[in-house]
Design a protein. Structure first.
Length: 110
């Protein structure tokens, strides 16, 4: 199941619909552009707390996935670890949400 999510993440990146990194995702949440936020399993608690705070006025789901930073980076074709990624496309968000919904800790930040 996790590999399907990571594959979708890679496809979305190649299509230009992935926002990568804390600052970029936070800005997308503030501007209500993010449709789904994915957090790595080994992210810091502070990162998650600050993103949830930024998403208070946005109906964007924030999902903690089982993949770690290195696995997310690999799926995105990057060298540096990635703790936070988001998509700005509704179709990709729906597909990713469906792929990770059953065995992840999820919370809508409202």
């Amino acid at each position: 199941m996790e590999s399907k999510l990571l594959n979708l993440l890679g496809i979305a990146r190649r299509a230009g619909h992935v926002i990568i990194g804390f600052d970029a995702v936070k800005a997308a949440l503030t501007a209500s552009r993010a449709r789904l936020v994915l957090l790595a399993a080994d992210r810091s608690a502070k990162t998650e707390k600050e993103l949830r705070y930024a998403a208070q006025n946005s109906p964007c789901p924030i999902v903690v996935i089982d993949a770690d930073k290195a696995q997310i980076a690999h799926a995105l074709g990057m060298q540096k670890p990635v703790a936070v990624a988001a998509t700005d496309d509704r179709g990709f968000a729906a597909a990713m949400h469906k792929a990770c919904r059953t065995d992840t800790k999820e919370d809508v930040a409202l």
